[in-house]
Design a protein around this ligand. Structure first.
Ligand code: KIV
Ligand code: NA
Length: 277
């Protein structure tokens, strides 16, 4: 059996200015398996805390959560480039802390890169990791781990100071050696300016079609929640489908219509010579 080579950091970097990179989040093996043939990059996002674990923000996400979900996604995928998010509190202190935790993510999951929500201060951490063999994706604009400083999930770049800050974050990540950056929650003109200003691919979420690639939280785009942000397009209505399936199952169980004879084992009793299935 031929071994399917995963996409590499070079494949991702080479997509700058070309056909848009297809990126999605995954947190478990079956979902990773379903999307793998279609995705260039799979992100094990710390959004897992909100969409899978029911946390109010990503601040409560732990290294242990990222490792468990990262392992599952690696088992389910074959060809996509897999990035695991560094959770809040795992890299901000200093470069040593960032490297120890990034190395742990790579060793224990087998992922190919990590992502850091990179305020300008984090350029130091990015350089330290890249120099030591950890490919890093930056993440600028709306940084969900900073929700408690910002006061909510708000689009960034609402005035000249904010725009300059986001542009500075993007350039700092590039200069520090990031191979790509997520650009989240910024207006189209700023996303375009950033995409033109840096030589690494920009992956947009709520950041217009001008970016070099797109990413969405998979559970959002599958329609698993009642509410989604403006920038999400629903490509499915999984909530309604799951609800309908559960309701039908409940009705069948209560009516003793499930299980039926086809779903029931009929094994020979002790002493019974007939073979039966
Ligand atoms: O955690 C996440 O899912 C992310 C993406 C939405 C970029 O960081
Ligand atoms: Na994230």
């Amino acid at each position: 059996q031929t071994r399917i080579q995963r996409k590499t950091v070079r494949d991702i970097a080479a997509a700058k200015g070309g056909q848009p990179l297809v990126c999605l989040t995954a947190y478990d093996a079956p979902m990773a398996e379903i999307m793998d043939p279609h995705a260039d990059l799979i992100l094990v996002g710390d959004s897992v805390g909100m969409v899978v674990h029911g946390l109010p923000s990503t601040v409560g996400v732990t290294m242990e959560m990222m490792i468990l979900h990262g392992q599952a996604v690696m088992r389910g995928s074959k060809q996509a480039f897999v990035v695991v998010d560094m959770p809040f509190g795992s890299y901000e202190t200093n470069a040593d802390q960032a490297f120890l935790n990034a190395a742990r993510l790579m060793k224990e999951t087998g992922c190919q890169a990590v992502k850091i929500e990179s305020g300008a201060y984090a350029a130091h951490q990015i350089r330290h990791l890249v120099d030591r063999g950890v490919p890093v994706m930056g993440h600028v604009g709306l940084r969900p781990q900073a929700i408690n400083v910002v006061g909510g999930f708000k689009a960034q770049g609402r005035n000249d100071d904010e725009r300059a800050r986001v542009m500075e974050e993007a350039k700092a990540a590039e200069e520090a050696g990031a191979f790509s950056i997520v650009v989240e929650g910024v207006a189209e003109d700023l996303a375009e300016e950033i995409t033109q200003a840096v030589s690494i691919p920009t992956i947009g979420i709520g950041a217009s079609a001008t970016c070099d690639g797109q990413i969405l939280v998979t559970h959002d785009m599958l329609g698993l929640f009642d509410w989604t942000p403006k920038f999400v397009r629903a490509y499915g209505n999984m909530r309604a489908e799951i609800e309908q399936s559960v309701k039908e199952y409940a009705d069948d169980v209560r009516a003793r219509a499930f299980p039926g004879s086809a779903e029931t084992y009929k094994l020979p009793k002790a002493g019974d010579k007939r073979l039966s299935r």
